[in-house]
Design a protein around this ligand. Structure first.
Ligand SMILES: NC(=O)c1ccc[n+]([C@@H]2O[C@H](COP(=O)([O-])OP(=O)(O)OC[C@H]3O[C@@H](n4cnc5c(N)ncnc54)[C@H](OP(=O)(O)O)[C@@H]3O)[C@@H](O)[C@H]2O)c1
Length: 339
């Protein structure tokens, strides 16, 4: 089958198209013919992981070490990137009961990757669900990761209607889903992003949008009941100054400093800090799917590239110009009997 592979870490130029062996389904697995996949934070980081030093890694050092060992110290172990996918089930293992050949599905395989290819195998109990009918394959490949993470992160906190919620990093995969999920819970949402992505964040329903290149949101005089910080950008002391007396600072990315703050505020009846790694699971993807099907969660797509243009797509995603999700598309299967 055709795939985009990389055998060394580096710039987008390390990505190239190759023929590799099609995966074989195990008893509990489904084989998906991939129709679209995305270029997300994980793909960009894994492609160039050798350059990601512990200080550049925005999670605790122990996780950097685990990731470096798992991904391969000098060379990538998994040679096919792509963690989000949409496609059509081509084959199912003998024990599979939830899916059948022909089902249109979407999902997230996390750090096992493998979706930059014509076919992908994954367990039927993984983060995979039937694709909402009205969603294109491109849209469906751009939402699972961000929506699953945002849903599971926001499950950790209470949001009351009228609460002031700020998402620091509102234009990215997790942040853009978080804006919409917080709005669904009745919050007044402020999204923080760069100039070029402000319109996109407004279109997701944010009540206020702050451009981090021009303004420091902590100096606006507004207090927030919840600040969700996606990339660990900014000073924790300033963040706490922008919280209400019982406000919560929720970190998607965290190091020792934030963990210590969490321990310190664990039993506090005032401000609290929360850091947590959240799971990627089918249950959450099903909940996300229902929200999408009900028109309550949408995807902001930017540019589409073909699978063969993966290097170009990575360059664009890293250019600082992207306005929404970047996807790679693959052609539909030829009708049986066609040459
Ligand atoms: N806790 C967990 O379980 C968990 C799970 C998955 C991922 N993560 C973490 O989540 C992070 C990736 O999130 P993502 O996939 O949503 O990333 P992403 O798609 O790359 O989005 C990053 C966001 O941060 C914004 N940003 C960049 N610089 C900023 C600054 N100085 N101030 C404020 N915002 C800024 C970007 O805005 P512009 O694009 O407009 O510049 C964008 O909105 C990683 O650190 C990863 O480790 C945590």
């Amino acid at each position: 089958m055709k795939a985009v592979v990389y055998t060394e870490y580096g710039t987008p130029d390390v990505l190239h198209t190759a023929e590799i062996e099609k995966p074989a389904v195990k008893e509990n697995e489904i084989l998906v013919r991939v129709r679209a996949t995305s270029v997300n934070f994980g793909d960009l980081m894994a492609r160039n992981f050798k350059a990601v030093t512990p200080s550049r890694f925005n999670m605790i050092g122990m996780l950097w070490l685990a990731a470096r060992v798992m991904m391969g110290w000098n060379r990538p172990r998994a040679q096919v990137l792509g963690s989000e996918f949409s496609g059509v089930v081509a084959e199912v293992g003998a024990q599979v009961t939830k899916f059948k050949p022909g089902d249109a599905v979407f999902g997230y395989v996390g750090s096992t990757f493998g979706a930059y290819a014509e076919f992908l195998c994954l367990p039927e109990n993984g983060a995979v669900a039937l694709k909402p009918d009205h969603l294109s394959f491109e849209e469906a490949a751009a939402i699972p990761y961000g929506a699953i993470m945002a849903y599971n992160l926001l499950k950790l906190v209470e949001i009351q209607p009228g609460d002031q919620v700020l998402i620091n990093g509102a234009s990215g995969a997790i942040g853009s889903a978080a804006v919409q999920l917080a709005k669904l819970r009745g919050a007044v949402v402020t999204g923080v992003c760069s100039t070029g992505r402000m319109e996109a964040v407004r279109a997701l329903g944010a009540d206020h949008v702050v451009d981090y290149t021009r303004e420091d949101f902590t100096q606006r005089g507004q207090r927030y009941d919840l600040i969700l910080d996606i990339l660990r950008k900014g000073s924790p002391a300033k963040f706490r100054g922008a919280l209400t007396p019982k406000g919560v600072l929720l970190y998607a990315s965290f190091k020792q400093r934030e963990l210590l703050e969490m321990l310190r505020t664990r039993r506090s009846s005032g401000q609290r800090v929360i850091c947590k790694l959240v799971p990627e699971n089918q249950e959450t993807l099903n909940a996300v799917r229902d929200l999408i099907a009900a028109g309550k969660l949408k995807v902001g797509l930017d540019r589409r590239f073909t699978l063969e243009q993966a290097a170009e797509a990575h360059r664009y995603a890293e250019s600082g110009q992207k306005k929404g999700a970047v996807v790679l598309t693959l052609p539909q299967a030829a009708p049986s009997g066609a040459a």
